[in-house]
Every structure is written in C-alpha cells, then in structure tokens.
Design a protein around this ligand. Structure first.
Ligand code: UT7
Length: 310
C-alpha cells in the first residue's frame, strides 16, 4: 500500500501587514526585510480567530478536495507550536467540529518541521494498512508568540493554515522516500520563552546545510536523479535559504514554491499552504515528482519525495 496526498487546502487571514506597515512600528525597512528574507508581506489573524479556527478552514477545503466527510477520517494530526491552549489539542477541537467520530486525534510538536513529521507519520499508518484517510494540518498563529518590539524576529513571521488528506494511492504514486531528523543540541538557537527567541545566524547555517542535504538524500533514496524533480517545496522561512536548496538541486526558479513573499514564515503551515497554492496554480500536475523539505526549532528536519497523484 502506498500513501499519497488525495486532497489539499489552505486558509490565510484577511489582514495583510506589509513591510511598509512594519517600518512605522519599529526600526526596520522594506529594503532590509526584502533583501535579507524575500518577505514582502504577511497575514495576521485578528483576536477572535485562533489556531483551531484557521486549521478548521484549511481542513474543510482539503476534505472537500478529497471528496470525503468527517466520518471517513481515521486520524487527525495537527502540527502546531501555537495551539489554542495546551489541551485539549487542536486536533481534538477539529475532530469535534468536523464530526470525525471515529478518528483518533493528536497534536504534534516539531516546530517548522512539524508538517513533515505529520505527513511522514501519517504515511506509515496508511502503508501498514491500519488507516485509510488521515487529515494532516499545519497551522500557526505565530503573531501571539512574537515580540512585536523585537525587529530580529517580528518581521519574519505570519499566521495561516494548510492541510492535506492522505490516503492509499495507486502503484508508483505517493511517498517514494523520506528522511526525518533531530538535533537537540541546537535547541538553544530557536525556542519560545514567553516570545520566540532566535539566533538567526546559527539557524541560517543549519538550515542551508540541512535543506540541501535532506533534499539530495530523499532523491537518492527514491532511486531518482536531480533532473527527475519537477517541483520543490522548501519550508518558507527565508528566500536565501530556499535558494541554496534550489541551487543544490539545479532547478530553475519557476520549479520552486516562493509563497514566503506573501505570507512570511508561517512555521508548520508554510509547506501545506505552498502545496495547496501550487496545486491551485497548476504548478504541480499528476505524475510529477515533488520534493518537500522542512527544518525548524528543536532542531528538527524532515523531507519527502512524492510522485503526485492518486
Ligand atoms: O523557521 C525557522 C525560523 N528561522 C529562520 O529560518 C531564520 C534563519 N535566519 C535568517 O533568516 C537570517 O539570519 C535573518 C533574516 C534572521 C537575519 O539575516 P542576516 O543576514 O543573518 O542578518 P544578521 O543577523 O547578520 O543582522 C545584520 C544586521 C544586524 O545589525 P548589526 O548588529 O550588524 O548592526 C541586526 O541588528 O541587521 C540588523 N537587523 C535588522 N535591521 C533592520 C536585524 N533585524 C533587522 C530588521 N530591520 N528587521
């Protein structure tokens, strides 16, 4: 049994905050943010929209795309570091709202690599035949843990949600290979105290190395060459980090997702938002080889190579 993506969806809040808006609030500039990160604007959720609300919207779209209802779900995995509260989990809140009566549900914490951890966990349950339909959501309301006085971090992050439904797919399609990893010795470089605390340079060095290595590893494990890759979806943290992964694979710019421009770094939501937008725009087609690669606090990382389609 092969596991693949059978439905996609995303949701971002309406409010757009541009770099120029941030210039008015703190000592920064559009020029600095754009040249150092590639970010032009981000979305920020209002007080009354919490993490579960955004996750629910993305989940509904992914389920409609997959043509399934809540009762069809066997498991709900929500990757987030900004849950509405420590418990009940966001996954349990979605389980109720989606009427997913038979689904098990849990949140998963692997920071920006959380969605990769979720997808790879889901694929194992499907490949063993234990479960059929699994909802994997990546969602963050980072605006509630960002220190809006700290220009080192405030300009980087945004809110949003992306979701996929995973299920069994036909021979030759689905997840071809994966890699997951963690290095707790780097925990000091990116963590939440009250707010997000980050050593940007250390995370940058780690990210450049890891994104390139993990992408190459999953391509090799799948028995493919770099030339076989049709589309790359790197975690959308910083355009310069993403570019290094793209160059390592020798791909032209149009074969890489660049949603970071419009949404900033949405942590575990960045990859599923990018998948959903790429499908919408026709950048990913049936039979394409798609590589997804993420890294984050922990430190954590994960990558998969997938042949798209059911
Ligand atoms: O999902 C994972 C999360 N994190 C990441 O992926 C972050 C990885 N790291 C990065 O993306 C980059 O390190 C940053 C974008 C955070 C910073 O870029 P950089 O090229 O590494 O800049 P830097 O840290 O070397 O800082 C250069 C200067 C500093 O000033 P001094 O000390 O040289 O005078 C900063 O204080 O830029 C200053 N600076 C800013 N200036 C204007 C830092 N933030 C800002 C800002 N506006 N928002």
């Amino acid at each position: 049994m092969k596991a693949g993506v059978i439905g996609v969806g995303h949701y971002v809040p309406e409010q757009v905050v541009t770099n120029f808006d941030l210039e008015k609030r703190m000592d920064t500039s559009d020029e600095w943010i754009r040249t150092r990160t590639g970010i032009e604007e981000r979305r920020i959720a209002p007080d009354h929209i919490d993490t579960s609300d955004m996750g629910l919207e993305a989940a509904k779209k992914a389920m409609s795309d997959a043509g399934i209802s809540g009762e069809d779900l066997d498991l709900i995995l929500v990757a987030t570091v900004t849950p509405d509260q420590p418990f009940p989990s966001v996954a349990c809140m979605l389980q109720e709202k989606l009427g997913a009566k038979k689904a098990a549900a849990m949140d998963l914490s692997a920071a920006c690599a959380g969605f990769m951890y979720g997808v790879i966990t889901a694929s194992q349950f499907i490949e063993t035949g234990a479960y059929q339909n699994i909802l994997v959501v990546g969602v963050e309301k980072l605006s509630k843990i960002v220190d809006w006085e700290d220009r080192n971090t405030a300009v980087l992050f945004g809110d949003g949600a992306g979701a996929v439904v995973m299920g069994p797919v036909s021979e030759g399609k689905g997840v071809l290979s994966f890699e997951l990893g963690a290095d707790g010795t780097g925990g000091q470089y990116l963590y939440q105290d009250k707010f997000v605390v980050m050593n940007g340079r250390e995370v940058f060095k780690f990210a450049v190395r890891q994104m390139g290595e993990s992408s190459v590893n999953v391509i090799e494990k799948a028995g493919l060459n770099k030339d076989d890759v049709d589309f790359l979806i790197p975690h959308q943290a910083n355009m310069r980090i993403m570019e290094s992964a793209r160059e390592r694979l020798g791909l032209p710019i149009e074969k890489m997702s660049t949603t970071v421009k419009s949404y900033g770094n949405t942590s575990s939501a960045s990859i599923p938002i990018s998948i959903s937008e790429a499908v919408e725009k026709g950048q990913i087609k049936d039979g394409d080889v798609v590589v997804m690669v993420g890294f984050g606090g922990g430190l954590t990382w994960g990558a998969i190579a997938v042949r798209w389609g059911k």
